[in-house]
Design a protein around this ligand. Structure first.
Ligand code: TYD
Length: 211
């Protein structure tokens, strides 16, 4: 049986990583074989790339950034995602190609055509079966990331962008949802962790039942 490929997206501070861990735990209890992973940094090479271009003070050219996210993705798809899907697993990735449309496309200003070409090359056209976009007003998400760094969490280069940048990123995600409503679900990420989890479970129930 071919597996299912699910991706989680959201602007920084949307709470998607917590939700991903909660969903994976729940599916495992129900007996599903689940692989959780992330981009960038889902593989050993990806972790080294991530440290080199994201967790650095060094200036990184926008094109280098676009290609390095793509390199991380090519390694991830080839060595982790595709093999797990062919073993019938449910793969849940914390970010995937939609992040490149949003951050490098709308955020950095690369054209849709350029981003499309790079993504196709990196993924061999592997698309998620379902994407959950955790949506929050930009101001709320930014407040959460400020609290995180006050609690000692390390900032990466992308965490230092302006509200304007994140507004463009959020709008790009919402545009994907209007183009691909069957795959791309917008989840209201405000409220308690449990409230958001309940919304996720409802969407997953429908997805797993549709065969
Ligand atoms: P990370 O610490 O993993 O943050 P998060 O928990 O918010 O995912 O940082 C990853 C950052 O990289 C995040 O700001 C989004 C950004 N990113 C891109 O700009 N393009 C991409 O293709 C991907 C996968 C991530």
């Amino acid at each position: 049986m071919p597996g299912r490929f699910i991706t989680f997206e959201g602007i920084d501070g949307s709470g998607k990583s917590t939700q991903l861990a909660m969903l994976a735990g729940k599916l495992r209890v129900q007996g599903f074989d689940v692989l959780t992973t992330k981009e960038p940094g889902g593989t050993a090479l990806g972790k080294r790339l991530r440290a080199a271009f994201l967790e650095t003070e060094e200036a990184v050219a926008p094109l280098a950034e676009l290609l390095l996210f793509a390199a991380d993705r090519a390694q991830h798809v080839n060595f982790l995602v595709k093999p797990a899907l062919s073993e019938g697993k449910i793969v849940i990735s914390d970010r995937y190609a939609d992040a490149t449309f949003a951050y490098q496309g709308a955020g950095r200003g690369f054209s849709e055509e350029t981003v499309n070409r790079v993504i196709e090359l990196a993924t061999g056209n592997l698309k998620p079966d379902l994407t959950l976009f955790f949506d929050l007003p930009v101001e709320t998400a930014l407040e959460r990331t400020v609290n995180r760094s006050e609690n000692g969490e390390k900032k990466n280069r992308m965490d230092k962008e302006s509200a304007d940048f994140y507004t463009r990123v959020r709008e790009a995600y919402l545009k994907i949802s209007s183009k691909e409503p069957a795959r791309f679900c917008v989840v209201n990420a405000s409220g308690s962790t449990e409230e958001v989890h309940a919304r996720v479970i409802e969407i997953m129930g429908k997805f797993l039942n549709r065969g």
